[in-house]
Design a protein around this ligand. Structure first.
Ligand code: CTP
Ligand code: CA
Length: 224
């Protein structure tokens, strides 16, 4: 027959996947984070491993079951995620950056639980910018490496995602409408628009995150 075995399309490839949402501490008992569950990143890691890739999953604050064939590295903050991605990227064939990174972190972390101040009805927290991980990787990536980013948008999805492809030097962006409550964060379903640097786009149907992950992995297998 003409059937081609699609099951090992990433055999021998080393892929880094990030997942989850970073936590940025305020004091020993409080932090700032976002709604990412890590489900999309875990599904991508699984699909890549099923396709024969050697997968390192750098997971921020997820509580999802691990699976065979994927080595998981746990991190908490954006800066820890940055360190783990940066030290591994040169050895990898590609990076899929599905983690939701906090753009800012509290400038200082109190070493004790911050107390309310009597008679103060407001408190001010100064935040400083976190490193843009995928942007710095985009600057150093070689021609034989790929970088896939995500764009979480509540509005102007296409325009915002297109800017990110260019500014971060991505090979593909997975644009996610996080304003839609039925899909995206924490859901088991997702619908994404894939956007290539040449402007080509493909919108997936609403389907399970595993299915979206499999479609993404097939596309990545065709890179180079
Ligand atoms: N990203 C990153 N490091 C950051 C922020 C984002 O690596 N400090 C990555 C995300 O993992 C994602 C892509 O950049 O793959 C886009 O993230 P997103 O939050 O949509 O875009 P930002 O560039 O942070 O811009 P904004 O939040 O202002 O839309
Ligand atoms: Ca952001």
């Amino acid at each position: 027959s003409n059937t081609i075995d699609q099951s090992q399309v990433l055999k021998g490839r080393k892929i880094i996947v990030t997942a989850g949402g970073t936590r940025e501490p305020i004091d020993p008992v409080r932090y700032i984070t976002n709604h990412s569950s890590g489900k999309m990143g875990f599904a991508i890691a699984k699909a890549a491993a099923d396709a024969g890739a050697e997968v390192t999953l750098i997971a921020a604050n997820t509580s999802l079951p691990h699976f065979d064939g994927v080595s998981v590295i746990s991190v908490v903050t954006a800066r820890e995620m940055a360190a783990e991605v940066t030290k591994r990227f040169a050895e990898a064939d590609g990076l899929i950056m599905s983690a939701a990174i906090a753009d800012f972190r509290p400038e200082t972390v109190a070493d004790h639980k911050i107390k309310k101040v009597a008679d103060e009805d407001k408190m001010t927290l100064t935040m400083v910018k976190n490193p843009d991980i995928v942007k710095s990787i985009g600057k150093v990536k070689r021609a034989d490496q790929f970088v896939v980013g995500f764009a979480a948008e509540t509005n102007d999805l296409m325009a915002n995602a297109n800017k990110k492809i260019t500014s971060k030097n991505l090979d593909l962006i997975v644009a996610n409408d996080v304003g839609n409550k039925k899909i995206g964060f924490n859901s088991d379903q997702n619908q994404v628009t894939l956007i290539w640097p040449n402007g080509e786009t493909k919108k997936t149907s609403v389907e399970t995150k595993s299915k979206v992950a499999e479609e993404l992995i097939k596309i990545i297998a065709e890179f180079k």
